[in-house]
Design a protein around this ligand. Structure first.
Ligand code: OAD
Length: 251
């Protein structure tokens, strides 16, 4: 789908900002994968509608009932098997090739940015396809062969957990340091498909703004960031991002 005509001036403005920017950071959230069929978290039909994050996405929930938590993550893996990158993911991969100074920071655990060809991806909330041993820390990449059985460690046999960040846990330190550095030093930050409600990821836009960066938000719904952004494109990212990147041309 093409971007709504009334948004073309904003699309052109963002393309112009990208042309002039050297260091670009892009922060993505669940909305960027919505057009791939991956459910978002908040709002109608979101994963947290009718489910309580504290019973499914905290270390306490896992300690209390690992099977229940694993059932949720195995179900999400089964959903993801059918999902492919959408034009928004591909546009960001093209943007990276066009602008090598781009750092893509994602809260998504679905791996779709990498599948679309983005190379420098900082996955601050981890990767849903990783099984991490709760005893020895060994990590293995899950396949889609058996998405029903709770995985155990291939090295020591203990119970594993999904390699994602849960509420109340620290973000992976090295990845987070790189994300903060990219936010602090960028000239331009694109904030795409996130409710900007979950910290510390949402603070990256504040870090970028404090460093003097221009902030662009792409999201069909208003968020706490909307009034702070310099440019807003209230459109699905699978429409807005290709329209923007198409305007950059080859040189
Ligand atoms: P949310 O579900 O909170 O927000 C998704 C955002 O995407 C909303 O603001 C929607 O308006 C927007 N959106 C929906 N469709 C879109 C589309 N086609 N194009 C662009 N935007 C669209 O998801 P996140 O902000 O990613 O953390 O949530 C942040 C974190 O909260 C997640 O990483 C997860 C969750 O709980 C953990 O599990 C720790």
């Amino acid at each position: 789908m093409a971007v709504n005509e009334s948004l073309l001036p904003a699309v052109e403005r963002v393309a112009e900002l990208l042309r002039g920017a050297e260091h670009i950071a892009c922060l993505t959230g669940a909305g960027v994968s919505a057009e791939s069929g991956v459910p978002t978290f908040r709002g109608v039909g979101g994963l947290w509608e009718g489910r309580r994050p504290e019973t499914l996405a905290t270390p306490e929930a896992f300690a209390a009932d690992p099977e229940e938590v694993w059932r949720f993550y195995l179900w999400r893996r089964r959903l993801l098997v059918a999902c492919k990158p959408n034009p928004g993911h591909y546009a960001l991969a093209r943007l990276e090739r066009r602008k090598p100074g781009l750092t893509l920071i994602t809260q998504n655990v679905d791996g779709l940015h990498l599948e679309a060809g983005s190379r420098r991806v900082l996955a601050v909330h981890g990767d849903i396809w990783i099984d991490r041993c709760t005893r020895c820390g060994h990590e293995a990449r899950a396949t889609d062969k058996d998405l029903q059985t709770i995985p155990h460690c291939g090295s020591c046999g203990a119970l594993t957990r999904p390699g994602v960040v849960w509420f109340g846990e620290m973000l992976p330190a090295d990845v987070w340091t790189q994300a903060e550095r990219a936010a602090a030093s960028c000239d331009l930050m694109l904030v795409v498909g996130t409710s900007s409600l979950v910290y510390p990821a949402a603070s990256l836009a504040d870090v970028a703004r404090a460093g003097g960066a221009t902030i662009v938000e792409i999201n069909p719904q208003a968020t706490p960031l909307t009034s702070e952004a310099d440019v807003g494109i209230p459109s699905p990212s699978g429409e807005a991002l290709p329209a923007i990147v198409d305007r950059l041309g080859d040189s």
